[in-house]
Design a protein around this ligand. Structure first.
Ligand code: ASP
Length: 328
């Protein structure tokens, strides 16, 4: 008798120099609570037979709406003090994928990415064309100011004084603090990378991955990172794994991280964990790449790997309590 693998969902809220010394118990609790809530909701969907695609969509929807993370509401600013959001989704069962980049008015960029996958013959739409398509699909458009928070603006001002593009959670080495629900400030907001993502394995044996981001603080207008690039920051293939990345996008693009993990598994017979460790701990650092990834393989094995001090992350298997963590 073969035992059916249990569905599982994993999520991340970015990686970076998350310093223990600057995080209070209340701040840490706020992040854990947000991650737990999202995991439980997605876990319920998977436990009742929902698809991996729907689970990653739901999880990223919730992460985009949470201002603790750099995606959707609370996204970082470009050099020109605008917002340009990127998102992608991939279905491991069919290898269908959809993505949007450089959108400033789509409230939920991941929904637009899914619409590109399901309702167009394309994979990637950018800018005003992507916004017009989202609107035609009935998705909510907002004034770009919707994404702005005082904390992200302060993060830009600090980054501007150094003039480099900075990872969300690194941008405020720069230790500005944004308020959380209980009025306390979250950890070292500028010292982490804030992209969000989800990967899932469902009861039908299918994999899916989704990623959404505001990109990097102080990035040049028109810059696109790894998140919406299929094969770089987002990838899923039922024959190997589903991956969502966070980190210094340029290096993740050059290393084609998502697809390379699948290729290592398919062609070299590496396990998911071995492939992820090699990319995150060797390939990326050799290029100056910082960050991490979450991944699940076709047996439901997980890897949550990062080469930074921390990564907001968690996972939930059907029938078990969600597990969340921030530090190594
Ligand atoms: N990878 C994202 C980008 O380069 C940034 C991040 O993960 O924080 O746009």
């Amino acid at each position: 008798m073969t035992i059916k693998p249990q569905p599982v969902i994993a999520i991340h809220g970015g990686a970076g120099t998350i310093s223990r010394s600057t995080i209070s118990a209340a701040q840490e609790a706020a992040y854990h609570a947000a991650l737990q809530d999202i995991l439980r909701t997605a876990q319920q969907l998977l436990s009742s037979g929902g698809s991996a695609l729907d689970a990653v969509s739901l999880a990223v929807d919730m992460l985009e709406d949470c201002p603790l993370f750099n995606a959707g509401y609370g996204a970082v600013f470009t050099h020109d003090a605008t917002h340009e959001l990127d998102a992608a989704i991939m279905d491991g069962a069919t290898l269908r994928a959809g993505a949007v980049a450089c959108v400033s008015r789509v409230r939920r960029p991941l929904r637009a990415a899914r619409a590109v996958m399901e309702r167009s013959e394309h994979v990637l739409l950018v800018g005003t064309g992507a916004e017009a398509f989202a609107q035609a699909c009935g998705l909510e458009l907002v004034d770009p100011a919707y994404f702005s928070t005082a904390e992200r603006r302060e993060q830009l001002l600090r980054a501007l004084s150094g003039d480099a593009a900075v990872l969300d959670h690194d941008a405020a080495n720069l230790t500005f603090c944004s308020p959380v629900a209980d009025g306390s400030a979250p950890l070292d907001e500028g010292q982490k990378l804030g992209t969000v993502g989800a990967v899932a394995f469902d009861a039908h044996g299918n994999l899916a991955a989704a990623t959404s981001t505001g990109g990097m603080t102080n990035k040049r207008s028109g810059r696109v990172g790894d998140s919406p690039l299929i094969g770089a920051g987002t990838y899923a293939d039922n024959r190997s794994a589903a991956i969502s990345c966070t980190g210094t996008g340029e290096m993740f693009i050059r290393a084609v991280v998502g697809h390379d993990i699948c290729a290592r598994m398919a062609y070299a017979g590496q396990s998911l964990e071995a492939a992820a460790q090699e990319i995150v701990m060797k390939v990326l650092p050799a290029m100056g790449g910082r960050g991490g990834l979450i991944a699940v393989d076709a047996q439901g094995n997980l890897s949550l790997s990062f080469n930074t001090e921390g990564m907001y992350r968690g996972y939930a298997r059907a029938g078990a309590a969600p597990q969340t963590a921030i530090f190594a």
